[in-house]
Design a binder for this molecule. Structure first.
Ligand code: DGL
Length: 271
């Protein structure tokens, strides 16, 4: 183990959307320095093969390990579903690996036994069936209905949320028979917290909207507390926001996902 309590928390995603998870982490863990890696050269992961997402994820883990991260948070649902097991094995004792799926599954176990719940995510996440498999392993009476909603990521990236167009697209996806009697909906994608209110309005507040960025941030806090790895209070923050490809537009969109503009630094994955 080459880390200590002051070491940074590594967070990675296919791009800038994972900053929703970084933002949620900053809110509950204000003294943790973060090394964020957005694989903007290879996004979207949601349409890629499992093998491709695994290869990118290993490369990114190498970067975060080299930077001495004490934990690696896979902020991306698509990467969590494709590469978590592999990364856990690859990383071994060098750092703890946390994905965004297991914290959600634990939450669902605690609060929704005996209920029907929905999931929306990318094609990669939904086709992997990982949520369904993990929920089945709980051996509880939870019914899961999963729908891929691939238009939502580009829609949000283009700034279409809280308007008529996004309202219609959201309605088209959610207004289906399978979702008629769900009691909760898992937002299984980095970008969806931005349309949480619209989704909540669609269901007239009758369906609990489960935001994986918030649930993962709390899970991380518990882990760091229990493992006595919490950064000391008042520690000076040394954040880094790295991207495998830089454009002005990536930097501009950090403001949407992190609620403030962050400076991105180019860090190519392959030379
Ligand atoms: N970050 C991805 C996820 O959470 C969405 C964007 C992409 O497809 O790369 O699944």
């Amino acid at each position: 183990m080459d880390f200590n309590i002051g070491s940074p928390v590594g967070i990675f995603d296919s791009g800038i959307g994972g900053l929703t998870v970084a933002h949620a982490i900053r809110r509950v863990l204000p003294y943790e320095s973060m090394i964020y890696f957005g694989d903007t050269a290879h996004l979207p992961y949601g349409d890629k093969s499992e093998a491709a997402v695994q290869a990118y994820s290993v490369k990114i883990a190498d970067v975060l390990l080299k930077k001495g991260c004490k934990v690696i948070v896979i902020a991306c649902n698509s990467a969590s579903s494709a590469a978590y097991e592999l990364l856990k094995e690859y990383t071994g004792k060098r750092a703890k690996v946390i994905n965004v799926i297991d914290p959600m599954v634990s939450y669902v176990k605690e609060h929704f036994n005996g209920h029907k719940i929905g999931l929306i995510g990318t094609k990669r996440t939904v086709q992997s069936n990982v949520y369904a498999k993990k929920i089945k392993q709980l051996k509880q009476n939870i019914e899961l209905v999963s729908i891929a909603t691939p238009l939502l990521v580009p829609m949000i990236e283009e700034g279409f949320f809280n308007n008529k167009i996004s309202h219609e697209i959201i309605e088209k996806y959610l207004n289906i028979n399978q979702f008629r009697d769900i009691e909760a909906l898992i937002l299984g994608c980095t970008h969806y917290p931005l349309i949480k209110k619209q989704i909540n309005d669609f269901f007239n507040g009758q369906v609990k909207i489960l935001d994986s960025s918030e649930i993962t941030a709390k899970y991380l806090k518990n882990y760091l507390t229990e493992s006595k790895l919490l950064a000391p209070e008042g520690q000076e923050l040394k954040d880094e926001f790295l991207v495998s490809d830089f454009t002005q537009s990536f930097e501009a969109s950090t403001k949407i996902f992190f609620r403030e503009l962050v400076h991105l630094e180019k860090y190519p994955l392959w030379d």
